[in-house]
Write a protein of this length. Structure first.
Length: 426
């Protein structure tokens, strides 16, 4: 029978199995690691198999030679139960050849049985971080798969087809960009880890940041999906709020890591005094991203797209605004013109829009991009403009470029305001 578990108080969620047939060595290892992780001990392969079968083990400290029958038996058991269980080999005699052999057989580290306690603890901590990294990536894969399944669900697709509502199509359209960013990060991480059994500290830190970015993108996708499901049940969102500068920061990070946009220069000009606008981040951020994508695709040169924000003391009077060959407005009838107001502009130095096309840009499915465009970006933004009492102004000059301005009802953001739990850190 396996030896009894070692009780431990601090990090009981991480289970480490110590496999060592020499009692004095085994006891020393347990003493060196006591108080940090939840420890299980076994003296033989048979005892180790019982623990592996009955508990969720994260890490095996293997003191039996991997080339021996007993060591090979444990390796087979680990691969059968969970191939992501990390293995640290505890060698009686360290040689370069035995170290290479251990790594080839799946160990993530290789140290001496008589290593100093701090060396042992560092090796264990590295292996635990590596396992945590794999677990988090697997969790993100599962959530993305679940989200994809929801989008492909037959009942939902039939409901969308029956209603043919721009709002439904808009939610699906908005999900594409964060999914693209998340999948790009996952592909990059997979390329980094595919042929590696160990990761250095220098590699772990950027990967942690990438996992955080993936988590934020999945959160955004889930928020949009939840909103879509509420629309199907005819439950419409109440007005939300979000920080202007934080949303602009999120936009910059998404564009910088977007597979199709990251090579295009983007300049962000934030507010000197931050404001809160009366629209939720899960609606404003996709709207700004739609406008930025249009601006990037309209720019034939390497000129940067500029996204700027500024407070407007006196909002424009919608009754005085007139469409023309270079200007078109959307939302005049529903615009809340009471101050304060924030103007967010998306500026490109592209081809500009001819007058005959300008009049059609808010029509659903109208596009000048051929097969690359679906004609949903601007109509989606226009719908949000109406719902949230904002105003959109498109000013364009052929051969010079286009500026799209959103006038958003706002309030000055006070210190300590916490209006938005979702934010991407660069």
């Amino acid at each position: 029978m396996p030896l009894p578990p070692i009780a431990d108080e601090e990090n009981s969620s991480v289970v480490i199995l110590v496999v060592e047939n020499q009692a004095d060595v085994r006891n020393k290892i347990v003493t060196d690691l006591a108080g940090q992780w939840s420890l299980r001990v076994a003296a033989t392969a048979a005892e180790a198999e019982i623990v592996l079968e009955q508990e969720s083990v994260h890490l095996v400290l293997l003191g039996l030679p991997m080339g021996s029958i007993e060591g090979g038996r444990i390796l087979q058991c680990v691969k059968r139960i969970d191939e992501h269980i990390e293995i640290v080999v505890l060698a009686a005699f360290e040689t370069k050849e035995s170290a290479r052999q251990a790594i080839r057989q799946g160990a993530c580290d290789y140290i001496s049985k008589t290593a100093e306690p701090n060396i042992l603890r560092e090796a264990v901590a590295r292996a635990v971080r590596l396992r945590d990294l794999f677990d988090r990536e697997a969790s993100h894969h599962a959530r993305l798969s679940n989200l994809t399944q929801q989008l492909n669900d037959t009942v939902i697709r039939e409901e969308i087809a029956r209603n043919n509502n721009l709002g439904y199509a808009g939610v699906l359209h908005d999900i594409v960009n964060p999914l693209t960013v998340a999948s790009g990060f996952l592909e990059a991480m997979q390329k980094t880890m595919v042929n590696r059994t160990t990761l250095t500290a220098e590699m772990l830190e950027p990967m942690k940041r990438e996992l955080e970015l993936i988590s934020k993108q999945i959160f955004l996708c889930c928020s949009i999906t939840s909103r879509y499901m509420r629309i199907l049940r005819h439950q419409y969102d109440q007005a939300g709020e979000c920080s202007v500068n934080r949303t602009l920061n999120d936009l910059q990070v998404i564009v910088a890591h977007h597979r199709e946009l990251k090579h295009n220069p983007l300049e962000i000009l934030e507010l000197k005094e931050n404001h809160t606008v009366l629209i939720g981040s899960t609606e404003l951020l996709p709207a700004l991203l739609n406008l930025t994508v249009n601006a990037v695709q309209s720019s034939a040169t390497a000129e940067p797209v500029v996204v700027s924000a500024e407070p407007i003391p006196l909002p424009p009077d919608p009754d005085t605004l007139q469409d023309g060959p270079q200007d078109i407005y959307w939302g005049r009838a529903t615009f809340d013109a009471s101050p304060p107001t924030v103007a967010i502009r998306v500026i490109d130095r592209g081809r500009g829009i001819p007058a005959n096309i300008l009049a059609q840009i808010f029509e659903p499915h109208f596009s000048t991009k051929g097969e690359k465009g679906n004609g949903l970006g601007l109509p989606i933004v226009a719908r949000l403009v109406e719902v949230h009492h904002t105003l959109m102004h498109v000013h364009t000059e052929v051969g010079v470029g286009t500026t799209v301005t959103l006038y958003l009802p706002a309030r000055v953001q006070l210190r300590g305001d916490s209006v938005e739990p979702f934010s991407i850190q660069p």
